[in-house]
Design a protein around this ligand. Structure first.
Ligand SMILES: [Zn+2]
Length: 652
């Protein structure tokens, strides 16, 4: 899922981001082909908070007694009326003793009319906020397939998380939609509502007044009108978690784009408001190259025998409902982000909300990769700098979610989205492109995970296996740990063609004592330009380098691989090493210069006349007593075996 946070760009103290934003806006005017609003995919705004109905949530009780295999929705919806009625049939396999009944969740703002177990009416209780408890006669044996159908109706209370179900007019026409992530299924349909139990397939049959169409998961099997009622029947034959099941209803206009990832045609089916079609159609077309890029970098589009699609809805951001993302905006980055979720989040779903970065970090990073591969790469550096600036705008915060009852923490834009994306970016840096993408493909193709669930340890295992590296320390620092490093780098010339690099690091948060990291530095000078990588494993570590040119400038992390801020680079050339202090002075001046030859020392006044002063040679340099000189400007001429230098000295 994704929302956007433009308004934050204008917060006080975020001038850097404003400047970046403006420079990118300038870029947009140059790249007229690009309908790009950089940052719309990775950022959240107060808009988001306005849409967050309830932050504190608790998931329902676990129900390991049964495993959902199939769902059939049969719903009556008129978007002009905030009311829902119908039934949901759940086919399930018995796993454990069901003598104490079947646990389901449904908001008690909705009324359950009746429940059938294998077609026979059974008793039930509907209590508390969400507890639907169904009596199961005969205690069916483990391994057997059973079904239960719940008939219900009422006015849903737009409750959990981001609203669960919404109604909002567009251009005077009623519209309704659902958005269940993370726990909101129970606000509009009765079911097990378990993050880690995918149905193998689902049918969604929705009856509406004939002027409306329903958008949903999978393929549209039938769309027929009878007696003023339109029935749209959608069927999805891939495993799907409850929160990715969704419907949206209004007077949609429908059109398609066609992608061809790997030469296999995939329909991108768009349901948009008629009044917005002219504006949106060129934007949805951008999903075509993005799908082809993702399919090439990772694995083929996961739901290739059905479709991908967009359905416009009245919520502020986007939501990656399986095979049909719901879109409040059609910015390029949101389009890429929701499409990326079809691999990361939908085909492989997180097995705990603690690991939300496996959904949002990947989707955010893949949107960044779309910039890397499109628009001649123009936006890619901006994407990186904007995300690094956002992550480092506060000193703390971990990618790992320690409180899954807080919806705003689960969906923290800075941590789960941006820092999660940059964690992947740094893994790519550490492992190298070939290993990183191989590991990602192995992860996506792993039969234990594909169309199922994964945790952070699964991704880590694939990265370790492909790279041969132990990434435990990396994950301790960057996933569980908080904050980021700030680097202080001194590049000191020792002799012609010889330099010493000293790399120091401070940490923004006490939870990490040191970030081990390969540090790239770019060196430029007359006739030379090279980037070297220094394996930084402890503080104040020094390295000798022997470039074939004189270094004029040093750049830290020129391609922005490392999450860091307030970095400093200091180049000390050999001639710069000559210093005199204090200066001006009325008494004594110390002159230090490596390899200074004392016999080469000479002091002259403004007219070039040599001036004799008492001189003492000590280990720390030459001590000049200038108390007897008239006030004025003098020049000290120095020479070492490699260089010579003139320093100005002022006698006060
Ligand atoms: Zn997302």
């Amino acid at each position: 899922m994704m929302t956007f946070r433009f308004l934050q760009l204008f917060e006080a103290g975020r001038l850097l981001r404003l400047i970046l934003f403006l420079s990118v806006m300038w870029g947009i005017s140059r790249n007229t082909e690009a309908q790009v609003l950089l940052g719309s995919g990775t950022e959240h705004c107060s808009h988001r908070n306005a849409e967050l109905k309830h932050n504190r949530l608790t998931p329902g009780p676990a129900a390991p007694e049964y495993d959902v295999t199939y769902l059939e929705f049969n719903l009556n919806i008129d978007p002009a009326v905030e009311y829902i009625s119908g039934s949901v049939l759940t086919l399930f396999e018995v796993k454990k003793d069901l003598s104490s009944g079947l646990k389901m969740q449904l908001s008690t703002s909705l009324t359950v009319d009746s429940v059938l177990f294998n077609g026979i009416p059974v008793t039930f209780s509907h209590t508390g906020e969400y507890n639907l408890h169904i009596a199961i006669p005969g205690n069916p044996p483990a391994g057997s397939l059973q079904n239960v159908q719940v008939f219900y109706q009422g006015k849903p209370v737009s409750g959990s998380g981001f609203g669960s179900i919404g109604w909002k007019e567009h251009n005077g026409v009623p519209a309704m939609w659902t958005l269940s992530e993370p726990y909101g299924c129970r606000d509009w349909w009765p079911g097990k509502n378990d993050l880690t139990d995918k149905a193998d397939s689902v049918d969604l049959i929705v009856h509406t007044p004939e002027q409306y169409r329903t958008a949903s998961n999978g393929l549209l099997l039938t769309d027929k009108v009878e007696g003023g009622i339109r029935t749209c029947h959608w069927k999805h034959r891939y495993p799907i978690v409850p929160y990715l099941i969704a419907i949206a209803v209004t007077n949609y206009e429908v059109y398609s784009d066609m992608a061809s990832p790997g030469g296999i045609p995939v329909e991108i089916l768009n349901y948009v408001y008629p009044e917005d079609k002219a504006d949106i159609a060129p934007r949805t077309a951008q999903a075509v190259p993005v799908m082809e890029i993702f399919s090439e970098l990772f694995t083929p589009y996961p739901f290739i025998s059905e479709k991908y699609g967009h359905a416009q809805f009245g919520w502020g951001g986007g939501m990656e409902h399986q095979t049909m993302s719901f879109m409040g905006r059609f910015d390029f980055e949101i389009i890429a982000h929701e499409l990326a979720h079809q691999w990361f989040g939908n085909m492989i779903t997180l097995n705990s909300w603690k690991d939300i970065w496996l959904n949002e970090g990947f989707a955010t990073y893949l949107a960044g990769m779309s910039y890397e591969h499109m628009f001649n790469g123009y936006y890619w550096p901006f994407w990186k700098s904007q995300n690094i600036a956002y992550v480092t705008s506060e000193p703390g915060g971990a990618v790992y979610v320690d409180d899954t009852t807080s919806v705003s923490r689960i969906f923290s834009a800075r941590l789960s989205y941006s820092k999660g994306a940059l964690l992947l970016h740094m893994l790519r840096w550490i492992c190298g492109d070939e290993v990183f993408f191989t590991a990602c493909r192995n992860y996506l193709n792993d039969p234990r995970l594909k169309y199922g669930f994964a945790g952070t340890h699964d991704l880590k295992a694939h990265l370790e296996s492909a790279s041969g590296k132990d990434l435990t320390e990396f994950f301790n620092d960057w996933y569980y740990g908080e904050g980021f490093p700030s680097y202080n780098i001194v590049c000191r010339q020792l002799a012609v063609g010889e330099y010493e690099m000293e790399i120091r690091q401070t940490q923004s948060h006490a939870s990490v004592s040191f970030f081990e990291m390969p540090v790239p530095l770019r060196f430029k000078g007359p006739g030379g330009d090279t980037t070297m990588v220094f394996d930084h494993t402890f503080n104040a570590q020094t390295f000798r380098i022997y470039p074939e040119f004189a270094i004029d400038s040093v750049f830290f992390d020129p391609l922005q691989w490392i999450v860091s801020a307030s970095n400093r680079v200091n180049l000390i050339k050999k001639e710069d090493a000559a210093t005199c202090y204090p200066n001006p002075s009325a008494e004594v001046v110390w002159i230090s210069m490596p390899d200074l030859l004392p016999e080469s020392f000479r002091l002259t006044d403004c007219s070039g006349r040599i001036v004799k002063v008492p001189l003492v040679v000590e280990a720390s340099g030459l001590k000049l007593s200038i108390a007897d000189l008239p006030s004025g400007l003098y020049f000290a001429k120095l020479r070492s075996p490699d260089t010579s230098r003139i320093l100005k000295i002022i006698r006060q």
